[in-house]
Write a protein that binds this ligand. Structure first.
Ligand code: SF4
Ligand code: ZN
Length: 469
């Protein structure tokens, strides 16, 4: 495969390239745009003009420097061995292949896709979607030989994108609907994905029927189809092995897989917990499940939400804490589909621990959540700070309120333990907790009217304790 006719270099070495606002020529999709998408479809050979690139709307060279535009990328592929189940996994490769281009940064997937093209690339002559389409077609056929023909269509203005966007949303909904029809107990094989290791080298996704991948674009059916056609590829089988803890979703097979794939960094995962041995997060999670220690509950914020969440942090700040392939108790990257899974963070107390969601997420998952719980989950429209949230939860009698008395009793018990061990715990002190640091409850600093003179300070680790319903 040759890219000699392409004016910028192409290859995996350019994955991970960041293009900052100052360096970009244009921005496509992303949080400032309402409708944008990327989609892959398997179609018949006779519907395809192999190698064809079509552009509906302005081309790159017609776009003003510094501007932002909608983007729709439709990749259509054909081949005798292709099946519809492979579409989602092929679609996920758009991210990887765009990032192979020196001068393109591609983030996210489906309807949250976000690209930046650098000024340097445009100066070198990479000034048309024809070139990007050609690169994509060549990479698809070279990297996935079962694809025999491919064509790519770009949509770059609101009018052109409209109809295809609705079609794409319909396809995503259908995939998600199907994913909701099976559960972990119905299958004897799980799957893994390491497509994101170029960005997060210790991250590997575990994909089971009850836990779709955190990017939201690969469900169990998709992963199964991909592992079948390319067993040595980035998606692979994970024989579950022995179930060590059903509630937590801990399996010997998954632990072995993550140990191997994270090069020994991580050796244990609870599929259904954001608090203990949580699943790692790369960077393309659709949403974040975050612990709110002040109410012993959890919030969910998705990447389309531009304001600060109930804990005072914007998505971007929490994303920095969450991502990078670490295990970060209290901040867990998740897909929107996983929220409606019957096993959603069940080790931490499940869906009933959710006390806040931004409205965009609530609107999307509401119809699948328990009817009595739904009105008790606050959004930015009801409350905007923790004190108001506390009051709201009491007013609506959210199930989390029942755990507060237990939490208080346990805290008092802990304080007595410290006193018994000789620590000084003054009366009437104020505790300060910092979300996410060290997991449940964060860490606690207790100071009151004090002058400190010390020859030594001992900092003692307190193991996080979770309340279970
Ligand atoms: Fe694969 Fe997970 Fe990355 Fe999605 S988030 S592409 S499933 S590694
Ligand atoms: Zn990722």
């Amino acid at each position: 495969m040759s890219f000699e006719d392409i004016p910028v270099p192409i290859g995996p070495v350019y994955e991970g390239e960041r293009i900052r606002a100052k360096q970009m020529y244009v921005e496509l999709g992303g949080p400032k745009m309402e409708k944008h998408f990327e989609l892959c479809r398997v179609i018949s050979k006779k519907e395809i003009k192999d190698g064809q690139v079509t552009i509906h709307g302005p081309d790159l060279k017609d776009m003003e420097e510094g501007s932002t535009h909608p983007i729709g990328i439709l990749v259509e592929v054909a081949g005798p061995e292709l099946e519809v189940d492979l579409e989602a996994v092929f679609e996920r490769r758009i991210h990887e292949f765009c990032n192979f281009v020196n001068g393109i940064m591609h983030l996210n997937q489906r309807y949250t896709n976000w690209l930046r093209i650098s000024k340097t690339a445009v100066e070198k002559g990479f000034n048309s979607f024809q070139l990007l389409g050609t690169v994509l077609i060549r990479l698809y056929k070279a990297e996935l030989p079962i694809i025999e023909q491919a064509q790519v269509t770009f949509y770059t203005n609101e009018k052109e994108i409209e109809r295809t966007y609705e079609m794409a949303m319909g396809v995503y909904d259908k995939r998600d609907e199907r994913a909701r029809t099976i559960h972990d107990d119905d299958v004897d094989m799980f799957y893994g994905c390491v497509l994101c290791q170029s960005f997060a080298p210790t991250h590997a996704c575990c994909i089971t029927p009850d836990r779709t991948s955190l990017c939201g674009s690969i469900n169990w059916f998709d992963a199964r189809a991909a592992a079948k056609v390319d067993p040595k590829g980035p998606l692979f089988e994970i024989p579950p092995g022995e179930c060590l803890n059903k509630l937590a979703g801990e399996y010997t097979g998954i632990n072995e897989m993550i140990k191997k794939r994270s090069l020994g960094e991580i050796d244990r995962i609870y599929l259904f917990s954001g608090m203990e041995f949580p699943h790692t997060s790369c960077g393309c999670f659709e949403a974040i499940d975050f612990y709110i220690p002040e109410v012993n509950g959890h919030g969910i914020v998705d990447r389309n939400y531009g304001d600060v969440a109930i804990n005072g942090l914007p998505f971007t700040a929490m994303a920095n804490q969450t991502g990078g392939g670490k295990q970060m108790p209290g901040f867990n990257g998740i897909s929107i589909q996983y929220i409606v899974s019957p096993k959603y963070q069940q080790y931490d107390g499940g869906i009933e621990t959710i006390v806040w969601m931004n409205k965009g997420v609530k609107d999307r998952v509401g119809e699948f959540l328990p009817k009595d719980l739904l009105p008790k989950i606050a959004t930015e429209e009801e409350v905007t700070d923790i004190n108001a949230l506390k009051q709201w939860l009491q007013d609506v009698n959210h199930p989390i309120v029942e755990t507060w008395a237990e939490a208080l009793a346990e805290e008092e018990e802990e304080e007595e333990e410290w006193e018994a061990e000789g620590a000084m715990v003054p009366m009437g002190t104020v505790g300060m907790t910092i979300p996410g640091v060290g997991g449940a409850g964060g860490f606690k600093i207790i100071l009151k009217n004090c002058k400190i003179h010390a020859e030594a300070i001992i900092i003692k680790k307190i193991e996080p304790k979770r309340k279970k319903k």
